[in-house]
Design a protein around this ligand. Sequence first.
Ligand SMILES: *Cc1c(COP(=O)(O)O)cnc(C)c1O
Length: 335
Amino acid sequence: MIDLRSDTVTKPDASMRACMAEAQVGDDVYGEDPTVNRLQAIAAEMIGTEDALFCSSGTQSNLLALLTHCGRGDEYIVGQTAHTYKYEAGGAAVLGSIQPQPLEFETDGTLDLGRVEAHIKPIDDHFAKTTLLCLENTQGGKVLPMNYMENAAQFVEQHQLKFHLDGARVFNAAVKLGIDAKDIAAPFDTISVCLSKGLGAPVGSILCGSRDMIKLARRWRKMLGGGMRQAGILAAAGIYALQNNIERLSVDHENASILADGLSSIDEIEISPDSASTNMVFVRTGKRGSGLSTFMMEHGILINGYDNLRLVTHLDVSRKDIERVIESFHAFFKA
Ligand SMILES: *Cc1c(COP(=O)(O)O)cnc(C)c1O
Protein backbone atom coordinates (compact mmCIF):
# COMPACT_ATOMS: atom_id res chain seq x y z
CA MET A 1 0.00 0.00 0.00
CA ILE A 2 1.12 3.57 -0.72
CA ASP A 3 0.09 5.43 2.41
CA LEU A 4 -0.28 9.20 1.96
CA ARG A 5 -2.39 9.82 5.06
CA SER A 6 0.49 11.06 7.19
CA ASP A 7 4.25 10.89 7.70
CA THR A 8 3.53 9.19 11.04
CA VAL A 9 2.95 5.91 9.18
CA THR A 10 6.65 5.35 8.42
CA LYS A 11 8.02 2.03 9.65
CA PRO A 12 11.53 1.34 10.96
CA ASP A 13 13.69 -0.29 8.27
CA ALA A 14 16.21 -3.11 8.78
CA SER A 15 19.16 -0.81 9.67
CA MET A 16 17.10 1.10 12.22
CA ARG A 17 15.86 -2.16 13.73
CA ALA A 18 19.44 -3.44 13.93
CA CYS A 19 20.42 -0.34 15.96
CA MET A 20 17.43 -0.94 18.24
CA ALA A 21 18.34 -4.59 18.75
CA GLU A 22 21.92 -3.72 19.68
CA ALA A 23 21.13 -0.74 21.92
CA GLN A 24 22.74 -0.63 25.34
CA VAL A 25 20.08 0.04 27.93
CA GLY A 26 19.66 0.94 31.59
CA ASP A 27 16.96 2.38 33.83
CA ASP A 28 16.21 5.86 32.47
CA VAL A 29 14.21 6.86 35.55
CA TYR A 30 17.60 6.65 37.33
CA GLY A 31 19.16 8.49 34.38
CA GLU A 32 21.12 5.32 33.63
CA ASP A 33 20.12 4.47 30.09
CA PRO A 34 23.22 5.29 28.01
CA THR A 35 21.32 5.29 24.72
CA VAL A 36 18.62 7.66 25.98
CA ASN A 37 21.35 9.92 27.36
CA ARG A 38 23.15 9.86 24.04
CA LEU A 39 19.97 10.67 22.10
CA GLN A 40 19.27 13.60 24.42
CA ALA A 41 22.83 14.90 24.04
CA ILE A 42 22.73 14.59 20.24
CA ALA A 43 19.33 16.32 20.03
CA ALA A 44 20.41 19.16 22.35
CA GLU A 45 23.51 19.68 20.22
CA MET A 46 21.51 19.70 16.96
CA ILE A 47 18.85 22.09 18.27
CA GLY A 48 21.38 24.23 20.11
CA THR A 49 20.02 23.95 23.65
CA GLU A 50 21.69 22.99 26.94
CA ASP A 51 19.60 19.88 27.41
CA ALA A 52 16.86 17.70 25.94
CA LEU A 53 14.32 15.13 27.12
CA PHE A 54 13.08 12.01 25.32
CA CYS A 55 9.26 11.95 25.41
CA SER A 56 6.73 9.34 24.40
CA SER A 57 5.05 11.60 21.82
CA GLY A 58 4.87 15.13 20.50
CA THR A 59 1.66 15.63 22.44
CA GLN A 60 3.48 14.78 25.66
CA SER A 61 6.47 16.93 24.75
CA ASN A 62 4.27 19.97 24.00
CA LEU A 63 2.28 19.41 27.19
CA LEU A 64 5.49 19.27 29.25
CA ALA A 65 6.52 22.61 27.76
CA LEU A 66 3.13 24.15 28.62
CA LEU A 67 3.22 22.76 32.17
CA THR A 68 6.75 24.02 32.61
CA HIS A 69 6.08 27.56 31.36
CA CYS A 70 2.58 28.14 32.71
CA GLY A 71 0.95 27.76 36.12
CA ARG A 72 -2.69 27.46 37.09
CA GLY A 73 -4.63 30.44 35.68
CA ASP A 74 -1.94 31.37 33.18
CA GLU A 75 -2.66 31.70 29.49
CA TYR A 76 -0.87 30.79 26.26
CA ILE A 77 -1.49 32.36 22.88
CA VAL A 78 -1.64 29.81 20.10
CA GLY A 79 -2.99 29.19 16.58
CA GLN A 80 -6.63 28.18 16.23
CA THR A 81 -5.60 25.08 14.27
CA ALA A 82 -2.29 24.56 16.09
CA HIS A 83 -1.54 21.07 17.31
CA THR A 84 -0.87 22.48 20.80
CA TYR A 85 -4.41 23.82 20.90
CA LYS A 86 -6.67 21.74 18.70
CA TYR A 87 -5.16 18.27 18.55
CA GLU A 88 -3.97 17.49 22.08
CA ALA A 89 -7.29 16.61 23.73
CA GLY A 90 -7.31 19.81 25.76
CA GLY A 91 -4.40 18.56 27.88
CA ALA A 92 -3.18 22.01 28.93
CA ALA A 93 -6.63 22.89 30.31
CA VAL A 94 -7.39 19.48 31.78
CA LEU A 95 -4.04 18.75 33.37
CA GLY A 96 -2.51 22.20 33.82
CA SER A 97 -5.46 24.56 34.38
CA ILE A 98 -3.87 26.62 31.63
CA GLN A 99 -6.17 28.73 29.47
CA PRO A 100 -5.58 28.86 25.72
CA GLN A 101 -6.10 32.07 23.74
CA PRO A 102 -6.39 30.76 20.19
CA LEU A 103 -6.01 33.13 17.21
CA GLU A 104 -6.44 32.41 13.50
CA PHE A 105 -3.22 31.63 11.68
CA GLU A 106 -2.34 33.91 8.78
CA THR A 107 -2.19 32.19 5.38
CA ASP A 108 1.59 31.83 5.73
CA GLY A 109 1.28 29.93 9.02
CA THR A 110 2.35 32.86 11.23
CA LEU A 111 0.38 34.57 13.99
CA ASP A 112 -0.03 38.29 13.30
CA LEU A 113 1.98 39.99 16.05
CA GLY A 114 -0.36 43.00 16.17
CA ARG A 115 -3.25 40.67 16.91
CA VAL A 116 -1.19 38.74 19.44
CA GLU A 117 -0.39 42.04 21.17
CA ALA A 118 -4.08 42.99 21.26
CA HIS A 119 -4.80 39.69 23.05
CA ILE A 120 -2.16 40.00 25.77
CA LYS A 121 -4.22 40.59 28.90
CA PRO A 122 -3.43 43.54 31.17
CA ILE A 123 -2.27 42.67 34.70
CA ASP A 124 -5.67 42.90 36.38
CA ASP A 125 -7.69 40.65 38.67
CA HIS A 126 -10.20 40.02 35.87
CA PHE A 127 -7.81 38.30 33.53
CA ALA A 128 -5.77 35.18 33.14
CA LYS A 129 -2.06 35.98 33.05
CA THR A 130 -0.67 35.83 29.51
CA THR A 131 2.58 33.95 29.88
CA LEU A 132 3.50 32.14 26.70
CA LEU A 133 3.45 32.42 22.92
CA CYS A 134 3.42 29.16 20.92
CA LEU A 135 4.36 28.91 17.26
CA GLU A 136 4.40 25.92 14.93
CA ASN A 137 7.02 25.29 12.21
CA THR A 138 6.25 23.82 9.77
CA GLN A 139 2.61 24.87 10.07
CA GLY A 140 0.30 22.96 7.71
CA GLY A 141 3.41 22.06 5.72
CA LYS A 142 4.48 25.71 5.44
CA VAL A 143 7.86 27.04 6.53
CA LEU A 144 7.62 30.20 8.64
CA PRO A 145 9.66 33.05 7.13
CA MET A 146 12.89 33.71 9.05
CA ASN A 147 12.30 37.47 9.19
CA TYR A 148 8.97 36.78 10.90
CA MET A 149 10.77 34.58 13.43
CA GLU A 150 13.16 37.44 14.19
CA ASN A 151 10.27 39.86 14.70
CA ALA A 152 8.48 37.36 16.92
CA ALA A 153 11.64 36.88 19.00
CA GLN A 154 11.85 40.65 19.58
CA PHE A 155 8.14 40.74 20.34
CA VAL A 156 8.27 38.13 23.11
CA GLU A 157 11.32 39.83 24.59
CA GLN A 158 9.52 43.17 24.65
CA HIS A 159 6.39 41.68 26.22
CA GLN A 160 8.26 39.31 28.52
CA LEU A 161 6.51 36.23 27.24
CA LYS A 162 7.93 32.72 27.24
CA PHE A 163 8.34 31.28 23.74
CA HIS A 164 7.63 27.68 22.69
CA LEU A 165 8.06 26.14 19.25
CA ASP A 166 6.07 23.12 18.23
CA GLY A 167 8.76 21.99 15.82
CA ALA A 168 7.27 18.59 15.13
CA ARG A 169 8.63 19.02 11.59
CA VAL A 170 11.32 21.63 12.25
CA PHE A 171 13.86 19.58 10.27
CA ASN A 172 11.59 19.79 7.22
CA ALA A 173 11.73 23.57 7.63
CA ALA A 174 15.51 23.59 8.07
CA VAL A 175 16.13 21.35 5.04
CA LYS A 176 13.76 23.45 2.95
CA LEU A 177 15.55 26.69 3.89
CA GLY A 178 18.97 25.05 3.62
CA ILE A 179 19.88 26.21 7.13
CA ASP A 180 20.67 24.62 10.46
CA ALA A 181 17.73 23.70 12.72
CA LYS A 182 19.65 25.61 15.42
CA ASP A 183 19.04 28.87 13.57
CA ILE A 184 15.29 28.29 13.63
CA ALA A 185 15.32 27.16 17.27
CA ALA A 186 17.57 29.91 18.65
CA PRO A 187 14.99 32.42 19.98
CA PHE A 188 12.76 29.83 21.67
CA ASP A 189 12.80 28.77 25.34
CA THR A 190 11.63 25.30 24.42
CA ILE A 191 11.39 23.36 21.16
CA SER A 192 9.52 20.11 20.62
CA VAL A 193 10.72 17.88 17.76
CA CYS A 194 9.06 14.68 16.49
CA LEU A 195 11.24 11.67 15.73
CA SER A 196 8.27 9.59 14.61
CA LYS A 197 7.17 11.57 11.54
CA GLY A 198 9.31 12.06 8.45
CA LEU A 199 12.42 11.07 10.39
CA GLY A 200 11.03 7.55 10.53
CA ALA A 201 11.47 6.48 14.17
CA PRO A 202 8.66 4.28 15.48
CA VAL A 203 8.09 6.25 18.71
CA GLY A 204 9.10 9.45 20.38
CA SER A 205 9.67 13.18 20.44
CA ILE A 206 12.33 15.35 22.00
CA LEU A 207 11.77 18.43 24.15
CA CYS A 208 14.77 20.80 24.00
CA GLY A 209 15.52 23.69 26.35
CA SER A 210 17.72 24.96 29.15
CA ARG A 211 18.99 22.63 31.87
CA ASP A 212 16.53 24.17 34.37
CA MET A 213 13.53 23.84 32.02
CA ILE A 214 14.35 20.23 31.23
CA LYS A 215 14.75 19.41 34.91
CA LEU A 216 11.20 20.69 35.56
CA ALA A 217 9.85 18.98 32.45
CA ARG A 218 11.38 15.69 33.57
CA ARG A 219 9.41 15.85 36.81
CA TRP A 220 6.15 16.58 34.93
CA ARG A 221 6.93 13.70 32.57
CA LYS A 222 7.23 11.35 35.56
CA MET A 223 3.92 12.63 36.93
CA LEU A 224 2.21 11.98 33.59
CA GLY A 225 3.42 8.40 33.61
CA GLY A 226 6.10 9.06 31.02
CA GLY A 227 9.10 7.95 33.09
CA MET A 228 10.25 5.03 30.97
CA ARG A 229 12.78 2.38 31.98
CA GLN A 230 14.94 0.63 29.34
CA ALA A 231 13.83 3.16 26.74
CA GLY A 232 17.19 2.96 24.98
CA ILE A 233 15.69 0.49 22.54
CA LEU A 234 13.42 3.32 21.34
CA ALA A 235 16.07 6.02 21.70
CA ALA A 236 18.38 4.02 19.41
CA ALA A 237 15.82 4.43 16.63
CA GLY A 238 15.75 8.17 17.38
CA ILE A 239 19.53 8.43 17.10
CA TYR A 240 19.45 6.53 13.83
CA ALA A 241 16.71 8.88 12.56
CA LEU A 242 18.66 12.03 13.47
CA GLN A 243 21.85 10.69 11.92
CA ASN A 244 20.43 9.26 8.70
CA ASN A 245 17.02 10.64 7.82
CA ILE A 246 17.28 14.44 7.91
CA GLU A 247 18.94 15.34 4.62
CA ARG A 248 16.72 12.93 2.73
CA LEU A 249 13.65 15.00 3.71
CA SER A 250 14.45 16.99 0.54
CA VAL A 251 13.40 13.88 -1.42
CA ASP A 252 9.97 14.03 0.28
CA HIS A 253 9.71 17.73 -0.60
CA GLU A 254 10.61 16.98 -4.20
CA ASN A 255 8.06 14.16 -4.33
CA ALA A 256 5.36 16.47 -2.96
CA SER A 257 6.25 18.97 -5.64
CA ILE A 258 6.04 16.34 -8.40
CA LEU A 259 2.71 15.17 -6.99
CA ALA A 260 1.29 18.71 -6.95
CA ASP A 261 2.47 19.26 -10.54
CA GLY A 262 1.07 15.92 -11.69
CA LEU A 263 -2.35 16.64 -10.21
CA SER A 264 -2.54 20.25 -11.39
CA SER A 265 -3.73 19.28 -14.89
CA ILE A 266 -6.88 17.63 -13.50
CA ASP A 267 -9.60 20.25 -14.04
CA GLU A 268 -11.98 18.85 -11.43
CA ILE A 269 -9.66 19.44 -8.48
CA GLU A 270 -7.99 22.41 -6.92
CA ILE A 271 -4.48 22.27 -5.50
CA SER A 272 -3.94 24.71 -2.66
CA PRO A 273 -1.24 27.26 -3.50
CA ASP A 274 0.45 26.41 -0.17
CA SER A 275 1.03 22.89 -1.36
CA ALA A 276 4.44 21.31 -1.60
CA SER A 277 6.22 23.95 0.48
CA THR A 278 7.56 20.85 2.21
CA ASN A 279 6.02 17.37 2.29
CA MET A 280 2.29 18.09 2.07
CA VAL A 281 -0.09 18.62 -0.82
CA PHE A 282 -3.59 19.95 -0.15
CA VAL A 283 -6.31 19.07 -2.64
CA ARG A 284 -9.94 20.13 -2.86
CA THR A 285 -12.11 17.85 -4.95
CA GLY A 286 -15.61 19.11 -4.15
CA LYS A 287 -18.43 16.66 -4.82
CA ARG A 288 -16.49 15.10 -7.71
CA GLY A 289 -14.28 13.44 -5.13
CA SER A 290 -16.90 11.21 -3.58
CA GLY A 291 -15.75 7.63 -3.97
CA LEU A 292 -12.15 8.75 -4.47
CA SER A 293 -10.74 7.13 -1.35
CA THR A 294 -12.44 3.79 -2.10
CA PHE A 295 -11.14 3.91 -5.68
CA MET A 296 -7.66 4.72 -4.40
CA MET A 297 -7.81 1.93 -1.85
CA GLU A 298 -8.64 -0.51 -4.67
CA HIS A 299 -5.51 0.78 -6.41
CA GLY A 300 -3.34 0.26 -3.36
CA ILE A 301 -3.30 3.89 -2.22
CA LEU A 302 -4.44 5.15 1.18
CA ILE A 303 -5.74 8.71 1.52
CA ASN A 304 -7.86 10.47 4.12
CA GLY A 305 -11.35 11.73 3.28
CA TYR A 306 -12.14 13.36 -0.05
CA ASP A 307 -13.25 16.99 -0.21
CA ASN A 308 -10.25 18.46 1.58
CA LEU A 309 -7.37 16.06 1.15
CA ARG A 310 -3.96 16.28 2.76
CA LEU A 311 -1.47 14.09 0.90
CA VAL A 312 1.77 13.60 2.81
CA THR A 313 5.04 12.30 1.36
CA HIS A 314 7.59 10.46 3.52
CA LEU A 315 10.40 7.94 3.46
CA ASP A 316 8.14 4.99 2.68
CA VAL A 317 6.84 6.68 -0.49
CA SER A 318 9.10 6.50 -3.55
CA ARG A 319 9.17 8.51 -6.77
CA LYS A 320 7.62 5.52 -8.54
CA ASP A 321 4.82 5.44 -5.97
CA ILE A 322 4.14 9.12 -6.68
CA GLU A 323 3.84 8.37 -10.38
CA ARG A 324 1.32 5.63 -9.60
CA VAL A 325 -0.67 8.03 -7.41
CA ILE A 326 -0.78 10.63 -10.18
CA GLU A 327 -1.94 8.00 -12.70
CA SER A 328 -4.65 6.77 -10.34
CA PHE A 329 -5.98 10.30 -9.75
CA HIS A 330 -6.15 10.86 -13.50
CA ALA A 331 -7.89 7.50 -13.97
CA PHE A 332 -10.50 8.34 -11.33
CA PHE A 333 -11.40 11.74 -12.76
CA LYS A 334 -11.41 10.48 -16.36
CA ALA A 335 -13.91 7.70 -15.51
C1 LIG B 1 2.25 15.19 14.97
C2 LIG B 1 2.36 16.50 15.58
C3 LIG B 1 2.59 16.66 16.94
C4 LIG B 1 2.74 15.50 17.92
O1 LIG B 1 2.01 14.40 17.63
P1 LIG B 1 2.13 13.00 18.39
O2 LIG B 1 1.31 12.14 17.52
O3 LIG B 1 1.61 13.20 19.75
O4 LIG B 1 3.58 12.60 18.41
C5 LIG B 1 2.71 17.93 17.42
N1 LIG B 1 2.62 19.00 16.61
C6 LIG B 1 2.43 18.89 15.29
C7 LIG B 1 2.37 20.11 14.44
C8 LIG B 1 2.28 17.64 14.72
O5 LIG B 1 2.07 17.53 13.41
